[in-house]
Design a protein around this ligand. Structure first.
Ligand SMILES: [Zn+2]
Length: 336
């Protein structure tokens, strides 16, 4: 069983300086979801909130099997329907399972039925306030899979329907279909190339696995109009329930970012001046094995980004030069 653009890895984030704080719990609303996911160091708090509020038609997420009764309790409290898909067990290398398996551009997992689940296996669960929308998401939210020696890829129409069922705008679904092939494109760079004008913090999904994002998809542009309209609606509702959380999210989303790849970025407390960021703090965002430069950034106070090269400075002394692959290592300035 394969999973496009989702990772079952239970992330941990490195913390080494006061400054950027990526921990913030809601006071009350959806606090149970936050606590459950936070024990694994990641979560999609805002996506869960958006589903409970009925703004996001459906939501899918992963939980260790041992938490099933807790999940049932949360669903009862927030009036959510849920449906369990397959159960996932990590399996990074499928090259021995299928010829060409090492070239599959996706996360790899074993899929087992619920009846065979072990305590730490990952449950893939769909949630919605509406039964029809839940069923629509479940039917189209299947993963490409390997059966026998054949990889069965998901047809385009099912990707479109699944994106629609999760409330993603059509422009962003289509963009994802065209550019989310890691062997050819850096999707996040293509999004930047497709951005006319200033990047908007509402479209910032770099921290999507760390609770600080209003959206969970990679948008078609960093100021996608449909995304901004969706976030505006959601944010207005959230403001009434968790105003402090909204303020915290807005602050974090406005921080400048240096992106190397999906799940491989750094956020900075600092100021962007053309291709340079002068900063007082930096944090890695992504999956831990990708973090190659936290120690270097921690020793620096500014970073300059060129084509195919990123340089880190301390008091104008260069302390690190990083050669990057094409279209990797670029700044996105989400500040006002
Ligand atoms: Zn869009």
């Amino acid at each position: 069983m394969l999973g496009f653009n989702h990772s079952m890895a239970f992330f941990n984030f490195k913390f080494y300086k006061p400054g950027i704080d990526l921990n913030y719990a809601p006071k009350e609303f959806c606090r149970e979801y936050y606590d459950l996911k936070q024990s694994y160091g990641h979560g999609q708090l805002v996506q869960f909130m958006a589903t409970v509020l009925g703004i996001k038609p459906a939501f899918d997420d992963w939980f260790p099997y041992k938490h099933l009764s807790e999940i049932e309790r949360i669903c009862r409290k927030y009036h959510l329907y849920y449906k369990i898909d397959w159960v996932f067990r990590p399996c990074d290398d499928v090259s021995g399972v299928i010829s060409g398996g090492n070239r599959l551009s996706t996360t790899k997992m074993y899929g087992v039925p619920l009846s065979e689940a072990r305590a730490d296996d990952g449950l893939h669960i769909f949630f919605s306030t509406n039964k029809d929308q839940l069923e629509y998401a479940y039917r189209n939210g299947w993963y490409p899979l390997i059966l026998g020696n054949r990889a069965i890829h998901k047809p385009y129409i099912d990707h479109m329907r699944f994106g629609e069922s999760l409330g993603y705008p059509p422009c962003c679904i289509d963009f994802f279909r065209r550019f989310n092939n890691k062997l050819i494109y850096n999707n996040l760079y293509e999004t930047l190339r497709n951005t006319n004008g200033k990047s908007h913090k509402f479209c910032n999904s770099i921290l999507k696995d760390n609770n600080f994002s209003y959206i969970y998809y990679m948008p078609c542009s960093w100021n996608c109009k449909r995304t901004r309209l969706y976030v505006h609606r959601l944010r207005n509702k959230m403001l009434k329930l968790e105003p402090d959380l909204v303020q915290k999210i807005d602050t974090v989303l406005a921080l400048p970012v240096v992106v190397f790849d999906e799940q491989f970025s750094y956020v900075f407390q600092g100021e962007v001046k053309e291709n340079r960021i002068e900063y007082s703090d930096c944090k890695f965002v992504g999956v831990v094995p990708n973090d190659q430069y936290s120690d270097d950034f921690a020793q620096g106070d500014s970073v300059i980004v060129y084509d195919n090269r990123v340089e880190i400075f301390n008091k104008n002394q260069k302390i690190k030069s990083i050669n990057t692959r094409k279209n990797a290592g670029f700044i996105i300035n989400f500040g006002d």
